[in-house]
Design a protein around this ligand. Structure first.
Ligand code: NAD
Ligand code: 6OD
Length: 486
């Protein structure tokens, strides 16, 4: 069984707590790794290493040299591509092709894109008129914020962790990362890459453990952490925000969603079915941007439900490298039980189960895994629990609508505001809808099509702040003004 240690000041260490925990495979719940659990001492050591790096070589490094090193990190990830794929597959149980085409390449891209951003972004300058004797030149300096605490989730572990670490390092900060207890593998591997390409010790640190009263909470409460970037559940964000209030530290939050998919009768029907299918069921529904509420214009409602049902019933359960397998298990037994409890709740509240609703029939070597069927409901009111709460599983409720005003009201009737996907061939309407749906990210005739230069984040309870492209600089740097009398 693999041992996964913390990565502090460029060294792997089991730490001093003497505590550890097991990681179980989502595929069959056998123990696959033992992970060191960090306590206050490990967080102290990681923060001290991060601070020393800021005060040392990393803090003095010219931007161009830092940019070169981040490119080297991206290349290092690509060189060890297969190791990252295997590590992430072991932790999540998701199909190899999702790792190979989406999650791991994005890890490398997250370093390159932000290296390019810091290399090319201008800073502002304002000249004050000299005619009245008060002439001055103002210019801005972007300074790193300091030591950034990165708290990341399990659903796309490497993509989401590097989405924070890439811009943080590009801006000259150092990081203390707490990966999800469910998926520590790729954060540790990245430590090996950092050492291999010559990132100075202390720039990238990882402390493993849990949230409350463990490494996660200790990082967010540590006075040496200057800002906290977090991706995860909204209620965890609330706890972290309280911790960040001590010391008035800045936060950037990417949190839950209850995203609406909107399908108009004039859509490209096959593309819309495929798009909604992906957005509801990719990664077994464990995608924050995923669609759990689908609204379909009435003339095509029955046909759409039938087509989505057919696709959901055709998924092939299997191990990540099984030929033809395109659908994995949920991350943990606990999450499986949570999703199944929502499946039961939907029935109790009167849903028509179009398909799914339970555990699939499986081959003998899979029965111990955390499988659930892709599930579609119709017939519920908008007040039903599964229409209101984020489930984070492979399921959606589909409801008919009769016009733009109605569907805008339905889509916006939620505490969340992360993403939406709209399917129509009427582009005038598409733009109109994009203005009216209250979310951070609107996809039109597409879903999860990412340009990393764009602003990414949620409104309402889905997040605080925007990251991506130059927007990441707002969070990862401190803007200082210099005023020079002319
Ligand atoms: P989670 O909130 O349970 O855990 C996320 C991380 O926070 C983990 O590392 C966990 O150990 C840590 N944590 C938990 N409690 C903590 C505390 N009190 N102090 C400090 N750290 C703490 O989330 P999860 O279950 O890992 O991920 C799923 C959730 O993440 C879903 O709600 C999903 O919508 C959300 N998510 C959002 C986005 C986005 O971009 N908006 C992206 C991915 C996932
Ligand atoms: O693509 C991204 O940058 C991003 N943060 C994706 C989030 C996926 C959520 O599961």
């Amino acid at each position: 069984m693999r041992q996964i240690d913390h990565f502090i000041a460029g060294q792997f260490t089991a730490g001093t707590t003497g505590k550890s925990f097991e990681k179980r495979s989502p595929l069959d719940n056998t123990a696959i790794a033992r992970i060191a659990e960090g306590g206050r001492a490990e967080v102290d050591a990681a923060v001290a290493a991060a601070r020393a790096a800021l005060d040392g070589e990393w803090g003095r490094m010219p931007t161009a040299a830092r940019v070169d090193l981040l490119y080297a990190v991206a290349d290092g990830i690509t060189r060890r591509f297969d190791d990252f794929v295997e590590a992430e597959m072991a932790d999540t149980g998701q199909p190899a092709h999702v790792m190979e085409h989406v999650f791991i390449p994005r890890g490398a891209a997250n370093f390159k894109v932000f290296a390019d951003v810091v290399k090319n972004v201008p800073t502002e300058a304002f000249r004050m008129d000299t005619t009245d004797g008060k002439g001055a030149l103002n210019y801005a300096i972007r300074a790193p914020k300091g030591v950034i605490g990165v708290i990341s989730p399990w659903n796309a572990p490497f993509l989401l962790m590097t989405w924070k670490v890439g811009p943080a390092l590009a801006c000259g900060n150092t990081v203390v990362v707490k990966p999800s207890e469910e998926t520590p593998n790729t954060a540790a591997l990245l430590g090996e890459v950092m050492n291999a390409v010559g990132i100075p010790e202390g720039v990238y640190n990882v402390v493993n453990g849990f949230g409350p009263e463990s490494a996660g909470e200790y990082i967010t409460r540590h006075p040496g952490i200057d800002a906290i970037t977090f991706t995860g559940e909204t209620r965890t964000g609330t706890a972290i925000m309280k911790a960040a209030a001590e010391g008035t530290r800045d936060v950037s939050f990417e949190m839950g969603g209850k995203n609406a998919g909107i399908v108009f009768a004039d859509c490209d029907f096959d593309a819309a079915v495929e798009g909604i299918f992906r957005s509801a069921f990719l990664n077994t529904g464990q995608v924050c941007l995923g669609t759990e509420r689908v609204y379909v214009e009435r003339p095509i409602f029955d046909r759409f439900v039938a087509a989505l049902k057919a696709k959901a019933e055709a998924v092939r359960f299997g191990r990540p490298r099984d030929s033809g397998a395109d659908y994995g298990p949920l991350i943990s037994r606990e999450h499986q039980q949570k999703v199944l409890s929502y499946y039961r709740r939907a029935v109790e509240e009167g849903a028509t189960v179009v398909t799914g609703g339970g555990i699939p029939e499986l081959a003998d070597d899979l029965v111990e895994g955390n499988w659930v069927q892709p599930t579609i409901w119709t017939g519920l009111s908008e007040t039903a629990t599964v229409v209101r709460e984020e489930i984070f599983g492979p399921c959606c409720h589909i409801r008919p609508f009769d016009g733009e005003d109605e569907v805008v009201a339905l889509a916006n009737d939620t505490d969340y505001g992360l993403a939406t996907t709209i399917w129509t061939t009427n582009l005038t309407r598409a733009h109109r809808m994009a203005e009216r749906v209250d979310v951070g990210i609107t996809w039109i005739n597409s879903w999860f099509l990412r340009d990393l230069r764009t602003a990414f984040g949620g409104s309402k309870q889905s997040g605080i702040g925007r990251e991506g492209g130059v927007h990441s600089l707002e969070f990862y740097t401190e803007l200082r003004n210099v005023c020079v009398k002319l």
